[in-house]
Each structure stands twice: as structure tokens, then as C-alpha cells.
Design a protein around this ligand. Sequence first.
Ligand code: HEM
Length: 335
Amino acid sequence: MARRCSSSSNVAAALALASLLSLLLGLSHGQLQVGFYSRSCPGAESTVASVVRQAGASDPTILPALLRLQFHDCFVRGCDGSVLIKGGNNNAEVDNNKHQGLRGLDVIDGAKAQLEAQCPGVVSCADIVILAARDAVAFTGGPSFDVPTGRRDGKVSNLRDADTLPDVKDGIDALRAKFAANGLSSRDLVLLSAAHTVGTTACFFIQDRLYNTPLPGGGRGADPTIPPGFLAELRSRCAPGDLNTRLPLDRGSAGVFDTSILRNIRDGFAVIGSDAALYNATATVDVVDSYSGLLSNFFGPYFRQDFADAMVRMGSIGVVTGAKGEVRKVCSKFN
Ligand code: HEM
């Protein structure tokens, strides 16, 4: 009897341990962990949120820029804050043309300055980028979600490393390959491109699409897949040679975090070429369709949760943890 009792209590203990472990595993991603700073710097997340909120209050366009910043950090050398480094000789990663128009780095610097005053040497710039993007999503009306933290800052920034960033001119195969190289699926490609539901693009990125695309019969002109009415609309916003005028990436629903970008992609109203390309291969067409049907909001997959999960997956690319890397004192400089 005593034996049976002790073996059943062993089983109960093992079960309790297993469920504790699965709880911990559920909350941690590799060596990252939700609430990593809860003891070492309890104000870390609220400080970043308040800096982002203030920045967004004085300039709402900074919120989409902060969301884009996570993509540009994570896709080059992983989410290690390398994009924040400023070099003297135009040879830092951030000087690469692929980062054209990147903004919000000063907001990250501002949050870092406050955090260094609160808890010196504790909160990495790489984590501040992730937290700021998460907050930017919520402040534009997107989902609120937990993000694991515990990244450290990388110690390398090379101009040429950013060459591999996805490009507006990439076809669907190239886009899928670049996401796959970072451990992300075709579904993630669609979900994360849907970040274009907020924010704008400079005409620079669509000049070739409007005026200089190689045509099947020879010569150059507009991308033939753009519906004529929409082409006229885009050309009226972006005259030939205009590089600076900005227009919403999500036609008719700028600044609102919703699935309208996916319906626009489905209906031929994608503004940049890489968004249009998402409707060129079955693997991504099916994903676009699954979120953009009439009844998707009721019966389809849940876009807001799926987007948040994809952000967390993107935030896990190539992270530096443990004793590797460093925690920078100033985000734009190595220690
Ligand atoms: C699939 C490959 C992608 C390409 C080729 C691409 C390209 C671009 C381009 C050309 C712009 C306009 C930049 C400007 O003129 O300032 C832009 C803006 C933006 N991108 Fe992407 N993007 C991609 C994926 C992503 C991902 C994965 C995210 C984040 C999850 C993202 C978030 C944004 C946001 C929020 C903006 C608006 C920025 C602003 O208004 O300042 N993009 N993207």
C-alpha cells in the first residue's frame, strides 16, 4: 500500500514537473523569455511603450516606421540591433541602399537613454527594437501581444550584409527563398507583408513598376499586371522621376491596422511590386485568400493572432543570447 502511494505520488510529481516544463517552454523561445527584464529592469517594457507612445503622438508616421525597423534588423544578421550602428565611412549596414527610408532609430536611442538611466547595461538595443515594433503595432490598432526578450546586441555591422534583404523587385520565388533562409514560411511571408496595412512608400520604390518594367514584347513600360484604372491613379500620384512623394501602401485604408491590404493584393491594388507578387504563386495566393474572403473575419484563420505569432517568429531570427555579444551603452555605437 505504502509502495503504491509513493509510486502514485512520484507520478503526480512527474506530471507536475512536466506541466511546469511545458509551461516554461511555452513561454520561452530558445533562450528568449517573456518578461526577461521583470527582475533586472522592471520598468523596461513600460518605458519603451511610453517613449513609443509619445513619439507616435507627435508624429503618427513614426509608428509604421518602427514596425518596419524590426524587419530590417531581423533580416540582416538576425535581430541583433546591427541596423542601429552608425559608421563614420558610409560602410555600416544601415548605409546600404536596401535600408532606404528607414526611420525611427532616434526613438530607439531615446528609449535606450532612459533605460540606461534606470538600469545601466541591462536592456539590449536589439530588444528595444522588438518591444518598440510590438508597441507600434498595438498603437496603430493592431493586436497587443507578449514578446520574448533576452537578446543581446551584435558586434558586427557590414554594409554588404544588407544586400540580401528582400526587394520590391523580387519575384515570389525570391521572396519565399529569402524568408525560408530566415526560417520563415510562405504563410509568414504573407502575414508579415500584411504589415503594409499601415504606412506609406516613397514613389522611389514604384518608379520602375510604373514606367520602366521590361515588357514581354520588348521595350519598357508599366507592369502589365496593374489594372489600367489603378495604374492611372498611381501615375497621377508618382510622376516620372518623382522619388519623394509618399503614398499609402494600403489603398483606401491607410493608417488602420486591418486585412484590407490582403484584399487589395487579391484585387490587383497592391502598390509595391513585392506585395503584388504575393498573388503570383499558389502557396501565397491561398494564404492571402484565407484572410481576405467575405466571411474570413468570422470563420477564417484569425489574422490578428496569426500576425502577432509571425512577429514573434521573425523576432527569433538569429538572436544573440547568453554570454555572446554585448549590451550596448548607446545603440548607435559598439561599446
Ligand atoms: C516581403 C518583403 C518586403 C519588402 C520588399 C518591403 C518593402 C517595403 C518598402 C519599399 C516600403 C516603403 C519604404 C519607404 O518608402 O519608406 C515598405 C514600408 C513598410 N514596410 Fe515593408 N517590405 C517587406 C516586408 C515587410 C515586413 C516583413 C514588415 C514588418 C513586419 C514590413 C513593414 C513595413 C512597414 C510598416 C512599412 C511602412 C513604413 C513607413 O510608413 O515609414 N515590411 N516596405
